[in-house]
Design a protein. Structure first.
Length: 507
């Protein structure tokens, strides 16, 4: 059997093996090389699987040659292949950036542990996306979560420990709800295979244990994806984690949680059970609007850019969930497109903020005064990503919001069109706070080159822009924000196909 036939298993095994190997090497350079190689291999395999799915349909891979549902199945369809590409691509971009970034943010003796945890987190996220087994989703969720707690705690600010602890508590509660929901589904169906579970639920769909399972899974996954008002862990986690960790988590972790929610709602419970028999659509609509407006309003009053864009993430998750609440092909297409576009945009934002932190000694609005003259390319990248968050034409964010508006018009809900536009105006307000500080204010005295050098801010002397090892990955993601705003065949095409498959194959 050719190696290509085993790509679904290798997609998880390669980064999983890179983790213990980086521990054995212990040297930062060796660990870096191993994990970067694993991430690029994962990206290559994800692209190969995506092309294979486009050409010949879903892929079923039986672990140990035990046929499903008796054995564990890895299943790659249009949706999972799309998310695999997103997660592996972000890892492949963030890891080269991380080497220079963690030099300033993580003690050198912990660098190999950083790469180990990063590889475990990547393996967990890829495993969640590719497995067709409900309990395996929980196992991989815990692998990614436990490694994430450590990655956040590596931040040099002591508040990183508190942020990690808060995330641990909230994440554990969410994981408990998820495993209870999976247990109830197993009780009612006698299987853990997602496809088989969906078929068997047809006979017991209205029973109380099944409805309880839906409730437990909804709350647990809402905690993981930081749906308003269950988002309290996210701002501190993004603000105080090392910059590379913030970028990777903001771009991937909540997006994978959205994927799991879509998988359970449409492939297991069935769209009719979730939206036709229950007021789930109305509830999700209200929570989505709450996130879009309240989180955006809170973002306006933040004085630290990391926290500002963290609250922006909560608002953007509202847009993602808004598309789900429509329960239409257009709404799901908007959700899946925004899942990808927001991942790329927010990954670029936090990479750029890491460069600002390196040069300016922090990311507060006071520190970035006059940044447009001192770091012009970095400032331009942040403005570009801000335009994407607003939804300006020519950026990836516009495509997402355009499809959300089309979905609202299709449902005849013109008032939602107005609310989508109004919430985007709030994004204008918080993006403008950066623009005002960077371009319309003079640099503070304590952010002059001499002051930064005296404060021992790394690499502050003489140079303004960050090193190329950080600038190139950030530039790649910033360029992608424009590319996916102009060329939509990959994102919209994949999202529309995935949405059609979710709605067309109902258990």
């Amino acid at each position: 059997m050719s190696l290509a036939a085993h790509l679904p298993a290798l997609q998880v095994v390669v980064p999983l093996l890179a983790a213990p190997l980086s521990v054995l090497l212990r040297r930062p350079a060796g660990a870096f090389a191993v994990v970067v190689a694993a991430s690029w291999a994962a990206l290559g395999m994800a692209l190969a699987l995506w092309m294979q799915v486009q050409a010949s349909g879903p892929i079923s891979y039986a672990i140990g040659n035990w046929p499903p549902p008796w054995g564990i199945e890895y299943r790659v369809d249009r949706l999972s292949a799309f998310v695999l590409v997103l997660v592996s691509a972000l890892a492949a971009v963030v890891l080269p950036y991380s080497r220079a970034s963690i030099e300033a943010e993580v003690p050198r003796e912990q660098h190999y542990l950083f790469y180990t945890m990063f590889a475990l987190c990547l393996a967990g996220l890829l495993g969640i996306t590719i497995t067709g087994d409900a309990f395996n989703i929980f196992v991989f969720l815990e692998i990614s979560s436990l490694s994430t707690y450590v990655l956040i705690a590596l931040g040099r600010d002591r508040r990183a420990l508190l942020a990690s602890y808060q995330y641990l508590i909230m994440g554990t509660i969410g994981a408990t709800f998820i495993v209870i929901g999976i247990g109830l589904l197993y009780l009612m169906t006698g299987t853990l295979n997602l496809a088989d579970m969906g078929h068997r639920l047809a006979d017991v769909r209205g029973s109380r244990p099944v409805l309880a399972a839906l409730a437990f899974l909804t709350v647990g996954l809402s905690l993981k994806l930081a749906l308003f008002p269950l988002h309290q862990w996210l701002p501190n986690a993004y603000a105080y984690a090392p910059s590379a960790v913030s970028a990777f988590l903001a771009a991937t972790a909540t997006k994978v949680a959205v994927y799991v929610m879509l998988r359970f709602y449409f492939s297991v419970f069935g769209e009719s059970a979730v939206f036709a028999r229950l007021p789930m659509g109305e509830a999700m609509l209200l929570l989505a609007l709450g996130g879009m407006f309240i989180a955006s309003a809170i973002a306006i009053f933040q004085t630290d850019l990391k926290r500002l864009f963290a609250y922006s993430s909560v608002a953007q998750i509202g847009y993602i969930v808004l598309g789900v609440s429509f329960d239409t092909a257009a709404g799901l297409t908007a959700t899946i497109v925004h899942l990808f576009n927001h991942g790329v945009t927010k990954g670029a934002v936090f990479l750029l903020l890491g460069m600002v932190a390196l040069r300016m000694g922090g990311t507060t609005l006071a520190r970035v005064q006059g940044l447009g003259r001192r770091m012009p390319w970095t400032s331009f990248g942040l403005v570009l990503c801000g335009l994407s968050l607003i939804g300006v034409p020519g950026t990836a964010g516009f495509i997402s919001k355009w499809y959300l508006i089309l979905a609202a018009v299709e449902k005849g809900q013109w008032w939602l069109v107005f609310l989508i536009v109004a919430s985007s105006l709030l994004a204008v307000a918080y993006v403008w706070r950066f623009v005002e500080a960077a371009y319309l204010r003079e640099p503070r005295a304590d952010t002059a080159d001499e002051a930064l050098a005296a404060a021992d801010v790394p690499a502050a002397r003489g140079l303004h822009e960050a090193p190329l090892s950080m600038a190139i990955p950030a530039a790649v993601l910033s360029a992608a924000v424009v590319v996916f705003g102009l060329q939509t065949s990959f994102t919209v095409g994949s999202a529309a196909a995935a949405a059609g498959a979710l709605l067309g194959v109902r258990p």
